[in-house]
Design a protein around this ligand. Structure first.
Ligand SMILES: NC(=O)c1ccc[n+]([C@@H]2O[C@H](COP(=O)([O-])OP(=O)(O)OC[C@H]3O[C@@H](n4cnc5c(N)ncnc54)[C@H](OP(=O)(O)O)[C@@H]3O)[C@@H](O)[C@H]2O)c1
Length: 261
């Protein structure tokens, strides 16, 4: 049976992606820090979809995290890995020079360095599978600068560019790469980013559910899309960033995100 690895599977979009992959017949390898939530999800996967799920409770920002994950995956799934989902990530809301630098570097470690390290370490196992898929979860923030989420947006722009470049390099292999860029989604993201209640209330008005995002993302992955933005409003607003002058785009974003700082 084909195996899928999902980082950040304990809740939110990652949890929904895990359930969507189990529904499609994949056995799962689940990683996040919250072991109890992962074990509960593994039981749900077994009960609802009759698929096996193994869990690894690990802080993915720790040094050597990618090496530990790669060793674990090779033990759990020695015949190859069919799907790698780089989903774990978070944002930090605030002005760059006022946010703690260590915390910002930790966010970059999780949002961009870890996906690079993990992809590099797991590509040999992905090549072993009959057909391999990499799904990188970026954000609509990948398409523009977002004042007060400056480094977060930059990390997601990196992930989008990394996905596209790698996809091209792998085009003559059996591995596909897709970048999923959700807009506002109802998860713990806003709390983790330290967003105030006013800003979260604005986001909630246009939010999609994690299940909607995951289902659309998995369809895009298995349809072989290079990049995918779920939701019409998100598609249109991201599309406008390529035609509207950047200073205007940034002023609009600042009007939404900086206003409530
Ligand atoms: N929600 C949105 O509006 C939105 C929009 C666009 C893009 N995204 C992206 O979607 C992805 C998933 O976010 P979400 O919205 O589902 O947020 P979430 O509910 O906060 O989930 C984040 C997941 O990442 C895991 N995680 C966080 N830090 C970790 C660490 N140090 N080591 C291991 N796992 C860690 C969390 O598990 P533990 O806490 O148990 O470790 C959790 O499973 C992120 O990459 C985010 O940037 C979200």
């Amino acid at each position: 049976m084909a195996t899928a690895l999902i980082t950040g599977a304990s809740r939110g979009i990652g949890r929904a992606l895990a359930l969507g992959l189990a529904r499609r017949g994949y056995d799962l390898l689940l990683i996040a820090r919250s072991g109890d939530q992962l074990r509960a999800l593994a039981q749900e996967v077994q009960a609802r979809h009759q698929r096996q799920a193994q869990v690894l409770a690990l802080d993915l920002t720790q040094p050597e995290a990618a090496v530990r994950v790669a060793t674990w995956v090779a033990q759990q799934s020695p015949d190859g890995l069919a799907v790698l989902v780089n989903n774990a990530g978070y944002g930090l809301w605030g002005r760059f020079e006022q946010l703690n630098l260590e915390e910002q570097l930790n966010m970059l470690q999780l949002n961009l360095t870890l996906p690079v390290q993990l992809t590099y370490a797991l590509l040999p196992l992905l090549h072993q599978a009959e057909r391999g898929f990499i799904l990188n979860v970026a954000s609509t923030a990948a398409y523009q600068a977002v004042p007060s989420l400056t480094l977060y947006a930059a990390s997601k722009a990196f992930l989008l560019s990394f996905s596209r470049g790698l996809r091209y390099e792998l085009k003559d292999t059996a591995i596909g790469v897709t970048c999923l860029s959700p807009g506002a989604t109802t998860t713990d993201f806003g709390n983790r980013a330290g967003m105030g209640t006013e800003l979260q209330a604005v986001a909630n008005k246009v939010s999609m559910t994690a299940d909607q995002v995951a289902e659309a993302g998995l369809k895009a992955l298995f349809a072989g899309k290079a990049e995918f933005i779920p939701g019409m409003l998100n598609k249109v607003s991201a599309g406008l960033t390529s035609v509207v002058p950047k200073p205007i785009v940034e002023k609009i974003a600042a009007g939404i995100y900086e206003k409530y700082l």
